[in-house]
Design a protein around this ligand. Sequence first.
Ligand code: BG6
Ligand code: MG
Length: 219
Amino acid sequence: MIKGFIFDLDGVITDTAELHYEAWKKLSDEMGWHFDRELNEKLRGISRMDSIKVIMDHNHVSLADDVIVELATKKNDIYVNSLESMTPDDYLPGAKELLTHLRQEGFLVALGSASKNAIKVLQQLKAMHYFDVIGDGNSVAKSKPAPDIFLYASEKLKLQPSNCVVFEDAEKGIDAAIAGGFHSVGIGPEERVGHAELRFNTMKEATYFEVRSFFSDFF
Ligand code: BG6
Ligand code: MG
């Protein structure tokens, strides 16, 4: 039986990809590194430290560990600063409606995000009250595609993975949900999240009615 829902944050509840892009772009420009939107797509769902390594690999750069941490911190400062302009108007269309509906129906709801800034983002959106459990980049050591963040969330909800549906926009996020034995809903194009059990192009189409009809055998 499905009793809980676990949501990724960036790209599912709100679109922070552009803010991440601008912050990485600023750092890359300062460093003389190439960085564009195509490369930014590869950072979807992965941790900050994994992200900087992807950018450095792309630019054939290697640096000492402490310098890498310093640069990732610099990017984060730019990103966190940009979050100040985020407001409750910045939910992705459909996200707030789905969260509200799930709560009304009495489901348990958790966050399963790779971001260490997840609480800040939820506070800016005034979305904290939708969640029984918050799993973020500080909760587990291994990031997606490892299933750890979703396992952390389901454990805290006191539910088995097979009783939970994960919502994800990242290829590696769907990999993580499948690896953990969760039901999965992909948000985005077929080539990115086509391996999810159910897929919607956007959160707007991911209504409670659609989700419930698809998983009706499990309710
Ligand atoms: C994920 C984003 O949610 O969080 C990634 O999709 C990002 O792009 C990751 O790198 C880590 O975020 P933060 O806020 O901890 O730097
Ligand atoms: Mg995401």
